[in-house]
Design a protein around this ligand. Sequence first.
Ligand code: TXA
Ligand code: MG
Length: 312
Amino acid sequence: MIEPASDLSIAKGAEMLAQGQVVAFPTETVYGLGADATSDPAIASIYAIKNRPTFNPLIVHVATPDDAKALVKVDDRAETLMQAFWPGPLTLVLPRLPNSPISLLASAGLDSIAIRQPDHPVALALIRRAGRPIAAPSANASGSISPTTAQHVEDSLGNRLALIVDGGPCRVGVESTVLDLTQADPTILRPGGVSAQELEAVLGQSVGIAKHDANIVAPGMMASHYAPERPMRLNQEKAEPGEALLAFGPNYPHATLNLSVRGELTEAAANLFAMMRRLDIPDYSAIAVTPIPQSGLGLAINDRLSRAAAPK
Ligand code: TXA
Ligand code: MG
């Protein structure tokens, strides 16, 4: 499914992205597995293709800094860094705007969004033509090495992808630096294409580096991770009086909300974060959740639910 980058393959890829499909494309760092960042079902397909056991938050790719400003809160530090390093291998983690259209699944339920403008003509053309922000993790199966050629993507995920746009080998070859700007002290969560020294020189401020397991530990464990205020009770067949019932599958006609009446795990993943938020309201004393199969995307769904249910 590899097609060389051209006006034709980029137009085709953009059309597929606009329809909610997943397309692999080159950036200056590594190849990305892209999908419409505003669509929960499209993002669920990324997780399904990568076969990740957890919902790691994804990086949102935009064509211009102005496009980022419609999605996240850009302060003076972020503005300065965008001017110095964008387009380029620097991802900024910034607060989600209240009306941000970005899928909650893309940010794994977090109130922050990781965002960057890639420095690659094919990536930029694809994002521009698709007319929407594109979420993209590295285009490899979970646990394998990040791909820097279209052939790497084909080897790792080829049988699960309709289109890989080939823009040649990636220039940088390592992932972008992920810089957290949601706190007063800027902190590197993942080292990458831009160094701490380069960031400090531009910011005029020291930049911390998160302890080395901070990016190994699933971000679902991060303290900032969204957890419902209400207690959650998992593997329940019914709710107690006063509780909401979050169901999965066709056997729960009285559910408050159903992740997927058809019993489809991709649909359930797409609905998970938005539905947890909708039920986390004073109308309910707790959220009871019916069993979710422990297979495929069910692993990531159950992982996220058990974190949400853990004592706080
Ligand atoms: O170079 C790159 O960054 C490549 C290309 C395709 O752009 N993308 C990439 O994405 O490496 P991925 O999903 O493999 O890595 C995303 C990183 C993870 O370390 C994740 O934890 C972090 O970004 N991240 C994403 N959103 C975050 C958030 N809201 N808060 C903290 N960390 C976040
Ligand atoms: Mg990766």
